[in-house]
Design a protein around this ligand. Structure first.
Ligand code: ZN
Length: 149
């Protein structure tokens, strides 16, 4: 294992142990639950959109290190993104974890999950949060805030 791989692994372990943006988000206007039966990963994603822009993202749930780290890294990446960018980001991430691309400027820190491409069974763990995010964006066609209580 080379140094870069080690660095990547440390980042994944760090994010899975101390996930960023973890917890419920009051004032979320997109909420969706995702479940990966293959591994047992579960998460609920909360998004607050202001107009076309992702203003806040948080998640709750539990699962393997890959699923937690991926969700944590995704929430950081989505902040400030426009709705129109989300699908393109997801498709680029999907290409990364399935080994179709091995570099991407746009994905930044998410590149640490590129190693998942060597473990096809874990691809669903890495993409669960993204599928959940895309589903959450489809749930509501308006931007009216809904209470999380
Ligand atoms: Zn998993």
């Amino acid at each position: 294992m080379n140094d870069l791989n080690e660095l990547y692994q440390q980042l994944i372990i760090d994010h899975s142990r101390s996930p960023r943006n973890f917890g419920e988000l009051s004032g979320a206007n997109r909420i969706h639950e995702g479940y990966n039966p293959v591994c047992g990963d579960r998460l609920t994603l909360y998004i607050r959109m202001t107009g076309d822009v992702v203003e806040q993202v948080r998640f709750q749930g539990g699962g393997c290190a890959i699923s937690m780290a991926s969700a944590s890294l995704m929430t950081e990446m989505l902040l400030g993104k426009r709705r129109g960018e989300l699908k393109a980001l997801f498709s680029e991430f999907q290409q990364l974890v399935t080994g179709k691309i091995d570099s991407s400027k746009r994905l930044g820190k998410l590149m640490v999950l590129g190693g998942v491409a060597d473990y096809p069974a874990r691809v669903k763990c890495a993409t669960l949060c993204w599928h959940t995010m895309i589903a959450a964006m489809k749930d509501h066609s308006d931007d009216l805030p809904v209470s999380t209580e």
